[in-house]
Design a protein. Structure first.
Length: 277
């Protein structure tokens, strides 16, 4: 059981609601699309699934149909009552909260979780990064985001989409774009194309022996002037002599640009810079 476009419109009209532009609400109203997402999430009986931004509950119902135990998070108070009406009879737990400030430990409790969500475009990147940084209970994700964002999450070195967010994701996980979603399946229709990206947390971070905050400070500085060679873009981090020594120790060419380094090379460089003090 899922919601068609007509059923979604009827629900909104009946409750005097409308999609919120401020909250970036674009509801998925195509049953085939939500079933496809549930299938790609590869969840079923015994799995614990958390959905962010459940909205009217169309994807929530498709996830419940798999037999998984679903927790749906929705920040919009007006929508929460409608969501409860739609999904609680199916055994879904609904939490009214902002995922950006949620106490994840209290909400999820024990065990492994899969995060599945149609994320608002304006919060997708910080939300995914926050979950990777601070919610180890989420072992994998399948999120629908703006296509360009999905490409950044999964980008490899030397590709146009590769940036500091790509390094962040690669530090914690492996990511892959697994499908595209047209604007026609949403209410209202966005002006951009969406994509589905699967993110699977690594058993251990890709880089050891340096705190992630310290690593990402170096990464962000390097990408802040991505067209420049690293010996110039990292000039604020260390003196020219210290930089030269760090490049040598890390086996990184000082003429390289930020987009050429994978997460492991960034780790070597950050450790070398730390040693130079």
């Amino acid at each position: 059981m899922t919601l068609s476009r007509r059923e979604a419109v009827d629900l909104l009209v009946r409750h005097g609601l409308a999609p919120s532009r401020a909250l970036g609400q674009n509801f998925v109203v195509d049953p085939n699309t939500v079933r496809r997402i549930a299938r790609l999430a590869a969840v079923g009986a015994g799995d614990q699934v958390v959905e962010i931004g459940a909205g009217l509950g169309s994807l929530t119902l498709a996830l419940a149909d798999t037999g998984a135990r679903v927790t749906a998070i929705e920040v919009d108070r007006g929508l929460t009552a409608v969501l409860r009406e739609q999904v609680e009879p199916r055994g879904v737990r609904v939490i009214e909260a902002d995922a950006r400030t949620l106490d994840w430990d209290a909400a999820l409790g024990a065990g492994d979780w899969v995060l599945v969500a149609n994320l608002p475009y304006n919060v997708a990147t910080p939300l995914v990064c926050d979950v990777l940084d601070g919610v180890p209970a989420v072992s994998r994700m399948l999120v629908m985001v703006q296509r360009e964002v999905a490409e950044r999450f999964a980008a490899r070195p030397r590709s146009p989409a590769y940036g500091s967010v790509s390094v962040k994701v690669a530090y914690w996980a492996e990511a892959e774009v697994v499908g595209r979603v047209p604007p026609t399946v949403f209410l209202p229709r966005p002006k951009v194309e969406s994509a589905l990206v699967a993110i699977r947390r690594r058993p251990a971070p890709a880089v050891a022996d340096i705190p992630p905050g310290e690593l990402f400070d170096v990464v962000r500085t390097g990408f802040s002037q991505r067209r420049k060679m690293l010996r110039r873009s990292l000039g604020a981090v260390a003196s020219p002599d210290a930089l030269a020594s760090a490049f040598s120790k890390a086996d990184v060419a000082p003429t390289a640009r930020a987009e050429e380094l994978d997460v492991v090379a960034w780790g070597r460089l950050a450790r070398a810079l730390r040693a130079e003090g």
